[in-house]
Design a protein around this ligand. Structure first.
Ligand code: PAF
Length: 286
Protein backbone atom coordinates (compact mmCIF):
# COMPACT_ATOMS: atom_id res chain seq x y z
CA UNK A 1 0.00 0.00 0.00
CA UNK A 2 1.20 3.46 -0.87
CA UNK A 3 0.48 6.30 1.57
CA UNK A 4 0.11 9.53 -0.38
CA UNK A 5 -0.41 13.00 1.04
CA UNK A 6 -0.32 15.21 -2.06
CA UNK A 7 -2.91 15.67 -4.78
CA UNK A 8 -0.20 15.50 -7.48
CA UNK A 9 1.03 12.15 -6.09
CA UNK A 10 -2.51 10.82 -5.95
CA UNK A 11 -3.26 11.87 -9.54
CA UNK A 12 -0.05 10.17 -10.69
CA UNK A 13 -0.78 6.90 -8.87
CA UNK A 14 -4.30 6.78 -10.33
CA UNK A 15 -3.00 7.62 -13.83
CA UNK A 16 -0.52 4.71 -13.58
CA UNK A 17 -3.33 2.33 -12.53
CA UNK A 18 -5.57 3.51 -15.35
CA UNK A 19 -2.72 3.10 -17.84
CA UNK A 20 -2.65 -0.57 -16.78
CA UNK A 21 -6.35 -0.82 -17.58
CA UNK A 22 -7.44 -1.08 -13.94
CA UNK A 23 -10.84 0.19 -12.83
CA UNK A 24 -10.66 2.60 -9.88
CA UNK A 25 -12.75 2.45 -6.71
CA UNK A 26 -12.78 5.24 -4.13
CA UNK A 27 -13.84 4.93 -0.50
CA UNK A 28 -13.95 8.40 1.11
CA UNK A 29 -13.61 8.31 4.93
CA UNK A 30 -12.82 10.59 7.82
CA UNK A 31 -10.71 7.87 9.44
CA UNK A 32 -11.27 6.25 12.85
CA UNK A 33 -11.94 3.20 10.74
CA UNK A 34 -14.25 0.43 11.96
CA UNK A 35 -15.82 -2.68 10.45
CA UNK A 36 -18.39 -0.53 8.62
CA UNK A 37 -15.61 1.17 6.64
CA UNK A 38 -13.87 -2.16 6.09
CA UNK A 39 -17.06 -3.57 4.52
CA UNK A 40 -17.03 -0.68 2.00
CA UNK A 41 -13.35 -1.33 1.24
CA UNK A 42 -13.94 -5.08 0.82
CA UNK A 43 -16.74 -4.38 -1.64
CA UNK A 44 -14.50 -1.93 -3.55
CA UNK A 45 -11.73 -4.54 -3.52
CA UNK A 46 -14.08 -7.16 -5.03
CA UNK A 47 -15.36 -4.81 -7.73
CA UNK A 48 -12.35 -2.68 -8.72
CA UNK A 49 -8.78 -3.32 -9.84
CA UNK A 50 -7.36 -0.34 -7.91
CA UNK A 51 -8.70 0.88 -4.56
CA UNK A 52 -8.09 4.33 -3.08
CA UNK A 53 -9.22 5.14 0.45
CA UNK A 54 -9.09 8.75 1.60
CA UNK A 55 -8.66 9.56 5.28
CA UNK A 56 -9.47 13.22 5.82
CA UNK A 57 -11.43 14.93 8.59
CA UNK A 58 -13.06 17.58 6.44
CA UNK A 59 -13.41 20.84 8.39
CA UNK A 60 -15.94 22.41 6.01
CA UNK A 61 -18.65 19.88 6.90
CA UNK A 62 -18.53 20.53 10.65
CA UNK A 63 -20.95 23.21 11.76
CA UNK A 64 -20.00 22.51 15.37
CA UNK A 65 -16.38 23.30 16.28
CA UNK A 66 -16.48 21.03 19.34
CA UNK A 67 -17.51 18.10 17.13
CA UNK A 68 -14.57 18.85 14.79
CA UNK A 69 -12.12 19.15 17.70
CA UNK A 70 -13.28 15.93 19.36
CA UNK A 71 -13.69 13.87 16.17
CA UNK A 72 -11.54 10.74 16.76
CA UNK A 73 -8.22 10.74 14.89
CA UNK A 74 -6.39 7.39 14.77
CA UNK A 75 -4.20 7.61 11.65
CA UNK A 76 -1.65 4.93 12.63
CA UNK A 77 -4.29 2.33 13.47
CA UNK A 78 -6.18 3.33 10.30
CA UNK A 79 -3.09 2.69 8.14
CA UNK A 80 -2.67 -0.78 9.65
CA UNK A 81 -6.30 -1.61 8.88
CA UNK A 82 -5.97 -0.29 5.32
CA UNK A 83 -2.83 -2.32 4.77
CA UNK A 84 -4.61 -5.45 6.02
CA UNK A 85 -7.58 -4.70 3.76
CA UNK A 86 -5.20 -4.73 0.79
CA UNK A 87 -5.85 -1.15 -0.25
CA UNK A 88 -3.65 0.23 -3.05
CA UNK A 89 -3.50 3.87 -1.96
CA UNK A 90 -4.27 5.56 1.34
CA UNK A 91 -4.71 9.26 0.58
CA UNK A 92 -4.05 11.20 3.79
CA UNK A 93 -3.73 14.90 2.95
CA UNK A 94 -3.48 17.99 5.15
CA UNK A 95 -6.25 20.58 5.19
CA UNK A 96 -3.98 22.94 3.18
CA UNK A 97 -3.49 20.30 0.49
CA UNK A 98 -7.21 19.83 -0.03
CA UNK A 99 -8.07 23.50 0.46
CA UNK A 100 -5.10 25.59 -0.78
CA UNK A 101 -7.58 28.43 -0.67
CA UNK A 102 -11.00 28.61 1.01
CA UNK A 103 -13.68 26.74 -0.93
CA UNK A 104 -16.45 29.24 -1.51
CA UNK A 105 -18.56 27.04 -3.76
CA UNK A 106 -22.23 26.84 -2.82
CA UNK A 107 -23.98 23.82 -4.33
CA UNK A 108 -27.63 23.94 -5.30
CA UNK A 109 -28.37 20.66 -3.54
CA UNK A 110 -32.14 21.14 -3.52
CA UNK A 111 -34.71 19.57 -1.23
CA UNK A 112 -32.72 16.43 -0.33
CA UNK A 113 -30.30 18.67 1.55
CA UNK A 114 -32.91 20.85 3.26
CA UNK A 115 -34.62 18.33 5.54
CA UNK A 116 -33.38 16.41 8.62
CA UNK A 117 -29.55 16.68 8.82
CA UNK A 118 -29.68 19.61 6.41
CA UNK A 119 -32.10 21.50 8.68
CA UNK A 120 -30.22 20.61 11.89
CA UNK A 121 -26.67 21.14 10.63
CA UNK A 122 -26.65 24.23 8.39
CA UNK A 123 -23.80 24.10 5.86
CA UNK A 124 -22.97 20.47 6.62
CA UNK A 125 -24.03 19.04 3.29
CA UNK A 126 -22.47 21.88 1.32
CA UNK A 127 -19.18 20.96 3.05
CA UNK A 128 -19.69 17.27 2.19
CA UNK A 129 -20.37 18.24 -1.45
CA UNK A 130 -17.21 20.39 -1.49
CA UNK A 131 -14.87 17.68 -0.24
CA UNK A 132 -16.45 14.78 -2.14
CA UNK A 133 -16.42 16.76 -5.39
CA UNK A 134 -12.72 17.50 -4.84
CA UNK A 135 -11.99 13.81 -4.16
CA UNK A 136 -13.91 12.79 -7.28
CA UNK A 137 -11.93 15.35 -9.26
CA UNK A 138 -8.58 14.13 -7.88
CA UNK A 139 -9.32 10.40 -8.37
CA UNK A 140 -11.87 10.31 -11.23
CA UNK A 141 -13.09 6.95 -9.88
CA UNK A 142 -15.30 4.49 -11.73
CA UNK A 143 -17.14 3.73 -8.50
CA UNK A 144 -17.39 5.37 -5.08
CA UNK A 145 -18.67 3.60 -1.97
CA UNK A 146 -20.76 5.12 0.83
CA UNK A 147 -22.45 3.57 3.88
CA UNK A 148 -26.23 3.73 4.22
CA UNK A 149 -25.98 4.80 7.87
CA UNK A 150 -25.59 8.29 6.42
CA UNK A 151 -28.65 7.70 4.29
CA UNK A 152 -29.29 11.35 3.44
CA UNK A 153 -25.64 11.94 2.58
CA UNK A 154 -25.92 9.46 -0.31
CA UNK A 155 -28.89 11.37 -1.79
CA UNK A 156 -26.94 14.63 -1.47
CA UNK A 157 -23.87 13.15 -3.14
CA UNK A 158 -26.00 11.82 -6.02
CA UNK A 159 -27.35 15.35 -6.48
CA UNK A 160 -23.81 16.83 -6.45
CA UNK A 161 -22.73 14.24 -9.05
CA UNK A 162 -25.65 15.28 -11.26
CA UNK A 163 -24.79 18.99 -10.86
CA UNK A 164 -21.08 18.52 -11.58
CA UNK A 165 -21.55 15.93 -14.34
CA UNK A 166 -19.19 13.34 -12.81
CA UNK A 167 -19.29 10.02 -14.64
CA UNK A 168 -19.17 7.35 -11.96
CA UNK A 169 -21.33 4.89 -10.09
CA UNK A 170 -22.31 5.67 -6.50
CA UNK A 171 -22.50 2.38 -4.60
CA UNK A 172 -24.60 2.47 -1.41
CA UNK A 173 -23.59 -0.22 1.11
CA UNK A 174 -25.72 -1.63 3.96
CA UNK A 175 -25.25 -0.47 7.56
CA UNK A 176 -22.87 -2.66 9.55
CA UNK A 177 -23.97 -3.21 13.15
CA UNK A 178 -22.36 -4.37 16.37
CA UNK A 179 -23.61 -7.76 17.63
CA UNK A 180 -26.16 -5.95 19.81
CA UNK A 181 -27.54 -3.92 16.89
CA UNK A 182 -25.83 -0.54 17.42
CA UNK A 183 -24.93 0.95 14.03
CA UNK A 184 -21.15 1.19 13.73
CA UNK A 185 -19.92 4.76 13.90
CA UNK A 186 -16.61 6.47 14.61
CA UNK A 187 -18.46 8.45 17.29
CA UNK A 188 -19.36 5.31 19.29
CA UNK A 189 -15.95 5.37 21.00
CA UNK A 190 -17.02 8.60 22.70
CA UNK A 191 -19.87 6.86 24.55
CA UNK A 192 -19.35 6.06 28.24
CA UNK A 193 -19.71 2.35 29.17
CA UNK A 194 -23.19 3.12 30.57
CA UNK A 195 -24.24 4.95 27.39
CA UNK A 196 -22.78 2.21 25.21
CA UNK A 197 -24.84 -0.39 27.06
CA UNK A 198 -28.17 1.27 26.28
CA UNK A 199 -27.28 2.67 22.82
CA UNK A 200 -28.61 -0.46 20.99
CA UNK A 201 -32.11 0.52 22.17
CA UNK A 202 -32.17 3.01 19.28
CA UNK A 203 -32.02 0.26 16.66
CA UNK A 204 -34.25 -2.04 18.73
CA UNK A 205 -36.95 0.64 18.94
CA UNK A 206 -36.81 1.18 15.17
CA UNK A 207 -37.05 -2.57 14.46
CA UNK A 208 -40.06 -2.93 16.79
CA UNK A 209 -41.69 0.11 15.22
CA UNK A 210 -41.19 -1.16 11.67
CA UNK A 211 -42.79 -4.49 12.64
CA UNK A 212 -45.76 -2.63 14.18
CA UNK A 213 -46.25 -0.97 10.80
CA UNK A 214 -47.37 -4.37 9.53
CA UNK A 215 -50.40 -4.01 11.80
CA UNK A 216 -51.50 -1.02 9.76
CA UNK A 217 -50.77 1.74 12.29
CA UNK A 218 -50.63 5.14 10.60
CA UNK A 219 -47.25 6.69 9.92
CA UNK A 220 -47.60 9.79 12.09
CA UNK A 221 -48.50 7.59 15.09
CA UNK A 222 -45.56 5.30 14.37
CA UNK A 223 -43.23 8.30 14.19
CA UNK A 224 -44.57 9.74 17.47
CA UNK A 225 -44.21 6.36 19.19
CA UNK A 226 -40.50 6.20 18.34
CA UNK A 227 -39.90 9.71 19.67
CA UNK A 228 -41.83 9.03 22.89
CA UNK A 229 -40.21 5.65 23.53
CA UNK A 230 -36.65 6.86 23.01
CA UNK A 231 -37.16 10.08 24.94
CA UNK A 232 -38.46 7.98 27.85
CA UNK A 233 -35.03 6.28 28.10
CA UNK A 234 -32.82 8.02 30.64
CA UNK A 235 -29.86 9.67 28.85
CA UNK A 236 -31.36 9.76 25.34
CA UNK A 237 -32.91 12.69 23.55
CA UNK A 238 -34.31 12.48 20.04
CA UNK A 239 -33.32 15.40 17.81
CA UNK A 240 -35.63 14.24 15.04
CA UNK A 241 -37.33 11.15 13.78
CA UNK A 242 -38.83 11.41 10.29
CA UNK A 243 -40.45 8.80 8.10
CA UNK A 244 -39.54 9.89 4.57
CA UNK A 245 -39.73 8.82 0.94
CA UNK A 246 -36.64 6.69 0.30
CA UNK A 247 -35.62 8.79 -2.74
CA UNK A 248 -36.95 12.33 -2.32
CA UNK A 249 -36.47 12.26 1.49
CA UNK A 250 -39.64 14.31 1.88
CA UNK A 251 -41.77 13.39 4.92
CA UNK A 252 -44.56 10.89 4.27
CA UNK A 253 -47.49 11.07 6.70
CA UNK A 254 -49.88 8.36 5.54
CA UNK A 255 -49.67 5.00 3.82
CA UNK A 256 -51.68 6.36 0.88
CA UNK A 257 -48.80 8.77 0.13
CA UNK A 258 -46.16 5.99 0.00
CA UNK A 259 -44.68 5.77 -3.52
CA UNK A 260 -42.91 2.85 -5.17
CA UNK A 261 -39.66 4.25 -3.71
CA UNK A 262 -40.71 2.97 -0.28
CA UNK A 263 -40.13 4.73 3.03
CA UNK A 264 -37.27 5.03 5.48
CA UNK A 265 -37.31 6.18 9.08
CA UNK A 266 -34.31 8.40 9.88
CA UNK A 267 -33.34 9.24 13.43
CA UNK A 268 -30.83 11.35 15.33
CA UNK A 269 -30.40 10.84 19.05
CA UNK A 270 -28.23 12.77 21.48
CA UNK A 271 -26.58 10.75 24.25
CA UNK A 272 -24.86 13.42 26.34
CA UNK A 273 -22.76 15.31 23.80
CA UNK A 274 -22.57 12.40 21.36
CA UNK A 275 -24.90 12.55 18.38
CA UNK A 276 -25.87 9.17 16.91
CA UNK A 277 -27.78 8.56 13.71
CA UNK A 278 -29.50 5.47 12.35
CA UNK A 279 -32.28 4.53 9.96
CA UNK A 280 -34.61 1.70 9.01
CA UNK A 281 -36.51 0.73 5.88
CA UNK A 282 -40.18 0.07 6.59
CA UNK A 283 -41.63 -3.10 5.09
CA UNK A 284 -43.90 -2.73 2.11
CA UNK A 285 -47.63 -2.87 3.02
CA UNK A 286 -49.42 -5.66 1.15
O1 PAF B 1 -19.28 9.97 5.62
C1 PAF B 1 -18.18 10.50 5.87
O2 PAF B 1 -17.34 9.96 6.59
C2 PAF B 1 -17.88 11.88 5.29
O3 PAF B 1 -19.02 12.67 5.27
C3 PAF B 1 -17.22 11.82 3.90
C4 PAF B 1 -18.15 11.21 2.87
C5 PAF B 1 -15.94 11.01 3.99
C6 PAF B 1 -16.87 13.23 3.44
O4 PAF B 1 -16.00 13.86 4.32
Amino acid sequence: MEIISTVAGLRQAVANAKAKGLSVGLVPTMGALHAGHISLIERARRECGFVVVSVFVNPTQFNNQNDLATYPRTVEADCEKLEQANVDVAFIPTVEEVYPEPDTRVFDLGSVAEVMEGAMRPGHFNGVAQVVSKLFDFVQPDKAYFGEKDYQQIAVIRRMVELEGFKLEIVPCPIVREADGLAMSSRNVRLTPEQREIAPLIHQTLVDNASLSLHGLDLDSLRDMVVEEINAIDGMEVEYYEIVDAKTLLPVHSWSEVSENGIVGCITVWMGDVRLIDNIKYPEQK
